[in-house]
Design a binder for this molecule. Structure first.
Ligand code: NAD
Length: 471
């Protein structure tokens, strides 16, 4: 597969796609190696993870450089690699505390029976990840799955595959780990082969792909942990601090060029402060600089060409239906890269794609509301339910509004806090996902099935005990 460079538009990297047979072989090998891996103590698995932390650190610069080409972002690439080290450390500390099958105990319902509870990890977990934070989203589920004792087949996105070269070296340096963690290269076909060869799936990606994978997993009767798209709303109440709110919303909408699942994508502002809000956020949006010279600037090009087309289509759709453009509005080709300046739109409605479909770009559509009920109705009028924000100087009021939002996480007086906070459990609501939380303790505990060993300590019942005439 030829891979496009998001900064130059050139197809300058060849990705060798794994054949289906090779993926099946990798699955079989990993499954075989997992038998010994799951029999290690949690402490022994942590020791292997610590070795990986060492080799990952050794290759960190190389991985960050490859990731920077994949995503055309230097600073975020460095944050991503640093974040992985943080994740490895955090799970090394937390997983042994959490691995705590209860001690043997007598049953309360059958008092002669002793219960021994075992936690059995899935043998082989498939992790399939997207292109927007290629390294982080490849490893966020992989690390706790490995510590739980699972083997992992990991297939990152074919759009941003360069970092896999460095990552693979860091894995190969730890043979005990390499036996139970295998990378798979390729696109949808490789992803399908992964889904068909594992015992559980952790998928991060779009709703349409998530639905396809969910259907296959249902057919195969294996769990699918799906982390999908979003259309996160922000509600700005009339008492919100204008300075703080416009700063946070701008950053959340256009940070990482809007290519984050938890980017704010719909802004509902109290009517009385709407005009001031629009003017202030537009002024700030116009100061955002682009990294056309990769050594400076705040916002990079769009990574995925198909997404760039969608962004333009949504802006055009809104403008054709009466939206008003304050700034931005065009995806431009600059030196082969596709760039979109922060785009502020008003006069938008829920008849426009920009208010109902995931944009995944630096677009800030703003709508005024009269009452809190109206704001809540608009915010909840979505097929998505990933996360949201509420801005107000009154925390109690903000929390009251937050409690009525049909989403898995709400940031108060900030945007996208879920990209920083890893220890708060959250489920995705509606079409944004399904099954156990990847964040918090559940991010580790969800990889175990509970098994009961039931030990009879008295004489078992006999058929004679069921004699009707002796009743
Ligand atoms: P995508 O669904 O197109 O692809 C994701 C992955 O699935 C890729 O690795 C791809 O090769 C693979 N794939 C494609 N078809 C497949 C199939 N039929 N079977 C198995 N695998 C298949 O998503 P994308 O465009 O790479 O990523 C962007 C999306 O990811 C956005 O919708 C974004 O919101 C979402 N996302 C969600 C979260 C979250 O935590 N909820 C985080 C980041 C991104």
């Amino acid at each position: 597969m030829k891979v496009r460079n998001p900064r130059t538009g050139e197809y300058d990297y060849d990705l060798m796609e794994d054949a289906t047979e090779l993926i099946a072989e990798k699955a079989e090998e990993t499954r075989a190696a997992q038998k010994a891996w799951r029999n290690l103590t949690i402490g022994e698995r942590v020791a292997v993870l610590q070795k990986w932390l060492g080799s990952f650190t050794e290759f960190q610069t190389e991985i960050a450089e490859q990731l920077a080409i994949d995503t055309a972002r230097k600073r975020i690439a460095a944050v991503e690699t640093g974040g992985i080290i943080g994740l490895m450390q955090a799970w090394s500390y937390r997983a042994p505390q959490l691995y705590n099958p209860p001690a043997e105990r007598p049953s309360a319902s059958a008092t002669t029976v002793q219960i021994r509870q075992q936690w059995v990890p899935y043998s082989l977990v498939g992790v399939i990840s997207p292109w927007n934070f290629p390294l982080l989203l490849a490893l966020i589920d992989t690390i706790p799955a490995l510590l739980a004792g699972c083997g992992v087949l990991l297939k990152p996105s074919e759009v941003t595959p360069r970092f896999m070269d460095g990552l693979e070296k860091s894995i190969a340096a730890v043979p005990e780990l390499a036996a139970v963690l295998k990378l798979v290269r390729g696109g949808a076909e490789a992803g399908k082969a992964v889904v068909n060869s594992v015992d559980a799936i952790c998928f991060t990606g779009s709703v349409p792909t998530g639905k396809k994978i969910g259907a296959v997993c249902a057919e195969r009767f294996i769990p699918a942990f799906l982390e999908l798209g979003g259309k996160d709303p922000a509600i700005v109440l009339k008492d919100a601090d204008m300075e703080v709110t416009t700063d946070a919303i701008l950053r959340s909408c256009v940070g990482a060029t809007g290519q984050a699942c938890q980017s704010l994508e719909r802004i509902y502002v109290a009517e009385t402060i709407h005009d001031q809000f629009v003017n202030e956020i537009t002024a700030k949006a116009e100061t955002v600089t682009m990294t056309i010279n990769p050594e400076e600037g705040q916002m990079g090009p769009l990574i995925f060409q198909a997404q760039a087309e969608k962004i333009q289509e949504q802006i055009d759709d809104a403008l054709s239906k009466g939206a008003k453009l304050y700034t931005g509005g065009k995806v431009e080709d600059i030196n082969g890269g596709l760039w979109c300046r922060p785009t502020v739109l008003t006069n938008v409605t829920h008849d426009m794609k920009v208010m109902t479909e995931e944009t995944f770009g630096p677009v800030i559509p703003i709508m005024a509301f009269k009452t809190e009920e109206e704001a809540l109705h608009l915010a909840n009028d979505s097929i998505y339910g990933l996360s949201a924000s509420v801005f107000s100087k009154n925390n109690d009021k903000a929390i009251e509004i937050a409690s009525q939002l049909e989403v898995g996480a709400v940031s108060i007086n900030d945007g996208s806090l879920t990209n920083k906070v890893y220890d708060a459990e959250k489920n995705s609501f509606k079409e944004s996902g399904i099954n156990g939380s990847r964040m918090g303790d559940a991010g580790f505990l969800r990889f175990f099935r509970k098994k009961a060993i039931l030990i009879q300590t008295a004489l078992p019942e006999k058929m004679a005990d069921f004699e009707e005439s002796s009743f």
